[in-house]
Design a protein around this ligand. Sequence first.
Ligand code: ES4
Ligand code: ZN
Length: 319
Amino acid sequence: MPIPKAELHLHIEGTLEPELAFALAARNGVPLPYADTDALREAYQFSDLQSFLNLYYELMAVLRTEDDFADLADAYLARAAAQGVRHAEIFFDPQAHISRGVGIGTVVEGLGRALDRSEAVHGISTQLIMCFLRDESAESAMETLQAAKPYLGRIVGVGLDSAEVGHPPVKFREVYEAAAALGLRRVAHAGEEGPPSYITEALDVLGVERIDHGLRCVEDPELVARLVRDQVPLTLCPLSNVRLRTVDVLEEHPLPAMLDAGLLCTVNSDDPAYFGGYVEDNFLAVREALGLSPDRLRDLARNSFLASFLDDDEERRAR
Ligand code: ES4
Ligand code: ZN
């Protein structure tokens, strides 16, 4: 049995498996420029983050109705349950749907339908985090935050994703201030492809309480010392890092050194349909490639609950 764990870095659109993509394409009459699922899978060869994002946004065309988002989330939750996930904090990208004429209400109500039955059906508690696309304007992010207002009962926090380099956290200062004023929790992708200074900026300017990825902190010893001192959680995604060539091979992933340094690391799946595995697959892969001991793996699972937005009582029940 896989160890019980929380998943804290998971883009729901990145759980769209080729089979479901083709089924939804047929259901909605959306043409896909791939002959079949094998041809689509062959496109899953990425040279960097942008090459992945191009396909990730292209395939979203098949997601159109509440049913589509409910089916997408149901499929993820079923797979996550089999991988030991007891709690999931799930990212979604409203702007990637709004720009295609799919309103945030369709997305949130559809996902919400699956999340509402998740505890009963899959034994997984859930929360939603809406992400802003950092390669879009701050004005667009602010409009998206306004559009989300009727749905904030379902949304625990905000995040920042998409193409990182050239889009520093400071660009979203006002948006994060507004999100905080609405009582939303704050996280941000930083230090995936971008420099360590983006991690510092996300903490100082955006007031985030978790860093998504954060891998490149290892290049800045002072930053590492701060992250250790403040026990800032990092949501690492090892298989993602290999597929997007952020690390050359899994055997060279800095996770063991990061744990040895005292960083609060968690292991997550990011976009599991694209990167070759769900969260337990990531645990097994780092165990094999990096020789992590059972104690280390238990630490990672424990960290996932510590770093979650669950309070102590909820955490005890989830474990
Ligand atoms: C993402 Cl791996 C990754 N990085 C940044 N933004 C993303 N959106 C979906 N997956
Ligand atoms: Zn991510």
